[in-house]
Design a protein around this ligand. Structure first.
Ligand code: CA
Ligand code: CA
Length: 309
């Protein structure tokens, strides 16, 4: 009888142990594990799954507009692994005969050898120096696009521009919430992104990162550097990326916690991620900027997102 009682005790303890262990495993499944597991199953082509989650948006050591630092909760979504390329945008224009704002509004801004100036005839088919892109450059990010042009492509392909919060959450790479797409340290000598480097200073007198050579004066083919921990490329540098929100520098003091997007109309839209024109500190995932939504520049492009079902 005593033997049976002991057996019963051990059995009950074993069941309790297994129940608690299983429960803990379920609870501790991380955002990044969820990201990896989902991506193994299914996802839209050239997109990655970004799981629902809560993250800390903004930076107390950043610009005033990056404050107050606040918690944001987002639903899951898919994000393009790469910036939209010249190849991608060419397919859209071929299919729709879409005319960009630069073509309607007197050109776009390029470096003319002395300065960055708006130049008649420049549009998405041209590089940052005003040369027509070659066939070999088709994997570079499409630029010289306004927010309107980016939004038109996104609608055509059945996706949308990311909200500013989605963009920052994705750039920070998961539960660790990195300060930069590549991690928390400013930057060492390891080449991790296309920024203003030793090549750029040869072209233009501009603050750059000394002794850092990423190999590119202006745009690089998308995905030329390591991805962040969500598998997203060029979330720091290469091309600036338009986001869906209207820009408001005070938005963080009034934004809702869940799925924020500033839909209060004004003429400016959010841009994120900086470009080949920016120094390392400017690559902070939380850093915000904006422009008039019909303006285009030599280093401004975009990528799309899609709701996860
Ligand atoms: Ca560079
Ligand atoms: Ca970028």
């Amino acid at each position: 009888m005593k033997l049976f009682k002991n057996f019963l005790k051990i059995s009950i303890l074993a069941v309790l142990f297994l129940t608690v262990t299983c429960k803990n495993n379920a609870e501790t499944k991380s955002i990044n594990e969820e990201h990896t597991n989902h991506n193994k199953k299914s996802k839209p082509l050239n997109m990655v799954f970004i799981p629902a989650g809560v993250f800390t948006m903004g930076d107390s050591s950043g610009q005033d507009m990056e404050k107050p630092v606040h918690e944001v909760e987002l639903d899951a979504f898919y994000m393009d692994t790469h910036e939209i390329t010249l190849d991608d945008y060419g397919k859209f224009v071929d299919a729709t005969n879409y005319v960009t704002d630069a073509e309607k509004n007197g050109g776009s801004i390029i470096y003319d050898g002395k300065d960055f100036v708006k130049t008649e005839g420049i549009n998405w088919r041209f590089d940052g120096s005003g040369n027509q892109h070659t066939e070999e450059e088709k994997k570079q990010p499409v630029t010289h696009l306004s927010w309107n042009d980016a939004n038109a492509y996104s609608n055509w392909i059945g996706k949308r521009l990311p909200t500013e919060a989605e963009w920052e959450y994705a750039a920070r790479g998961g539960e660790k919430g990195y300060k930069y797409a590549w991690g928390n340290d400013l930057l060492g000598k390891e080449v991790v992104a296309n920024i203003s480097d030793e090549n750029y200073i040869k072209l233009v007198e501009w603050p750059h990162f000394e002794s850092y050579d990423d190999g590119y004066t202006m745009a690089s083919p998308v995905g030329s550097f390591a991805p962040n921990s969500f598998g997203l490329y060029d979330m720091a540098g290469n091309a600036w990326e338009w986001c869906a929100d209207y820009f408001d520098e005070n938005y963080y003091s009034k934004s809702p916690k869940k799925n924020p997007i500033n839909n209060e109309p004004n003429e400016r839209r959010v841009m994120r991620g900086n470009s080949w024109d920016g120094r390392p500190g400017m690559m902070r995932a939380s850093r915000r900027t904006s422009d008039i939504q019909s303006n285009s520049y030599t280093d401004t492009g975009f990528r799309c997102v899609k709701d996860a079902e």
